[in-house]
Design a binder for this molecule. Structure first.
Ligand SMILES: N[C@@H](CCC(=O)N[C@@H](CS)C(=O)NCC(=O)O)C(=O)O
Length: 205
């Protein structure tokens, strides 16, 4: 019996789904991208339980959801083309950077998404305020990227995946543009956008 292809369920433009799709592509792991609508989730996803949202990965017998868990699973299961360094302290440093994105930036991107997509009557002032809250938090990230191509140094890692993936949505939803006084961050965004797998799931090329 042939094994079913590795399948990643994602909602179009979902930044969490983008994390998983990006990591799969960066590790050169073939997969089927299964886009679905929140109003009509596929039975296989519903059967996987209420936490099986976007992304959920079906990989052989494994069903893995929650984007950061998917990223760790891929590293554990497929250590080839690693997106974490080999050295434990360097791995911890990448994970600490991911935690920092999740704690310091993700809530700001989440607030912008709520103000644009999920507000009954989106107000331009509120959207501008949420957009500015993101811009106000970018200084340390620009400084971190000075003199290095990627967050952890010379190599692209999971930290780059997690920092990059909310930006295209914020640009699309609210015209977020990284200002000229953040040149290292801007250059990094362009560098990451050019990598295989950077394309946002559900957005035509
Ligand atoms: N903590 C989860 C969040 C996943 C999530 O909330 N995904 C959203 C789309 S961006 C979703 O599937 N929403 C549909 C739902 O909540 O039923 C992760 O990191 O994967």
């Amino acid at each position: 019996m042939t094994e079913r292809p590795r399948t990643l369920y994602v909602l179009p433009r979902c930044p969490f789904g983008h994390r998983a799709a990006f990591a799969l592509a960066a590790k050169e792991l073939p997969f089927e991208l299964a886009l679905f609508s929140p109003k009509d989730p596929p039975p296989e996803l519903v059967a996987a339980g209420p936490r099986a949202k976007s992304p959920t990965l079906f990989d052989g017998d494994a069903v893995v959801h929650d984007s950061l868990v998917v990223l760790e699973y891929l590293e554990d299961r497929y250590p080839e083309r690693p997106l974490l360094p080999g050295d434990p302290a360097a791995r911890a440093a990448v994970r600490m950077t991911i935690t920092r994105v999740v704690d310091e930036l993700a809530p700001r991107f989440g607030a912008l998404t709520m103000a644009t997509l999920f507000s009954a009557s989106p107000s331009p002032e509120t959207i501008a305020e949420k957009r500015q809250a993101i811009l106000d938090a970018l200084g340390p990230w620009d400084a971190l990227l000075a003199g290095r191509p990627f967050l952890a140094g010379e190599r692209f890692t999971l930290a780059d995946v997690v920092l990059y993936t909310p930006f295209p949505g914020a640009q699309h939803l609210a015209g977020l543009e990284v200002p000229e006084d953040r040149p290292h961050l801007s250059a990094w965004l362009a560098r990451v956008a050019a990598l295989p797998g950077a394309a946002v799931p559900g957005v035509p090329a």
